[in-house]
Design a protein. Structure first.
Length: 258
């Protein structure tokens, strides 16, 4: 699944994003078999269950027991559907408690968004260049802005901080998604790295001399293998520690500002 920015019917998509939840119309006649909400929910279930398979309208139709063509009664197309799915899962972001501790609040917010992306890795295919602009995604941004404004930072610094935070979270989540995807095919992570390291040693016997700092880092801070999923753990720990480094930078700006 790879949604390119700018391909959707903008007016219709935004109208669907901000519509009221599906409710019985009260009209006489047979009840519709599906609704926009049921199609979106089904699409999320299918995408979550098949993270390495491109989502198709046929897959969703099979999940619902209907034809792919019948889905277009409720959804203009797959690009618009992905926008609706993306906004729907952002409703999972919990409200951030106002404790007066901006750092803890921002840590909690970032961890929640990272967890959302790892639960729903297909959300990483939605373009950051042209956001969805749905109500749930906007509520998440509003929470982040409320935390940053509470620090007293100027708006230009807040704008750059928002961009930096989103890129860090999405980049970390994408790395984890790629590791999980790679682990479903071929060798285990540990075996792949062991085989690759041996091949590199044969092909580049002067590697240690040519790249001394790479070797130094490997000696002084080696990854700690712990079964087939150690790279997942390494990525999660890198996110947690990297986030604190990022927050240190924001805190430094706050001190300079005050």
């Amino acid at each position: 699944m790879n949604k390119q920015a700018g391909r959707r019917d903008i007016a219709r998509t935004i109208s669907l994003l901000w519509r009221q939840p599906d409710t019985p119309s009260g009209r006489r006649g047979p009840k519709p078999a599906l609704s926009t909400d049921t199609v979106v929910d089904a699409a999320i279930e299918v995408a979550d269950a098949n993270p390495t398979t491109p989502l198709s309208m046929r897959m969703i139709g099979d999940h619902l027991g209907c034809t792919a063509m019948s889905l277009y009664t409720y959804i203009p197309g797959k690009d618009e559907l992905l926008d609706l799915m993306h906004d729907r899962v952002h409703a999972e972001l919990p409200p951030i408690a106002d404790t007066g501790d901006w750092r803890m609040a921002l840590s909690d917010w970032a961890a929640a968004l990272f967890a959302l992306h790892t639960r729903h890795p297909w959300t990483l295919d939605v373009s950051l260049a042209r956001p969805v602009l749905g109500p749930h995604e906007q509520a998440g941004l509003e929470s982040l802005l409320s935390i940053l404004y509470s620090t007293g930072l100027d708006a230009p610094i807040i704008r750059r901080s928002v961009s930096m935070i989103f890129h860090f979270i999405r980049g970390s989540a994408r790395t984890l998604a790629e590791i999980r995807s790679a682990s479903t095919i071929g060798d285990s992570e540990f075996h792949w790295w062991a085989e690759s390291s041996a091949a590199l040693a044969d092909a580049a016997p002067d590697f240690a001399d040519d790249f001394p700092h790479t070797m130094q880092l490997g000696r002084e801070a080696p990854p700690v293998p712990g079964g087939d999923f150690y790279l997942e753990r390494e990525t999660e720990e890198s996110f947690t520690q990297g986030l604190q480094i990022l927050l240190d930078g924001i805190e430094s700006r706050i001190r300079k500002h005050s």
